[in-house]
Design a protein. Sequence first.
Length: 121
Amino acid sequence: MKQRILYIEDNPHNMDLVCRILSHVGGYEVSGAIDGLTGVTSAEQLQPDLIIMDINLPDINGLEVTRRIKAKPQLQNIPIIAFTADTGESDRQIYLAAGCNGYMAKPASAKTLLDTVQAFL
């Protein structure tokens, strides 16, 4: 069975590129959500093995999405990787404090993306 990844991202170009890399090169089963509320619902329904979280989303930000997911007992052990262009050290600390298990800066090479995903799976 393929490992399942949920990618929460509002930018269609980023969504397409990351999903293609993860599915075609990495061999993962990938689902996408285009905003935070859909991401929470998708996490509940899919129970993925990993979540990649954009931070700047149009409805609720990725930090709030992370908090909501981690507050659900059936989802709290799913690793969440913050994936954002906000790359300051203080930003990174905020993501980790909100419940993200790791951090990846945008843009990321395909190798960095796959290596980071593999490290959390």
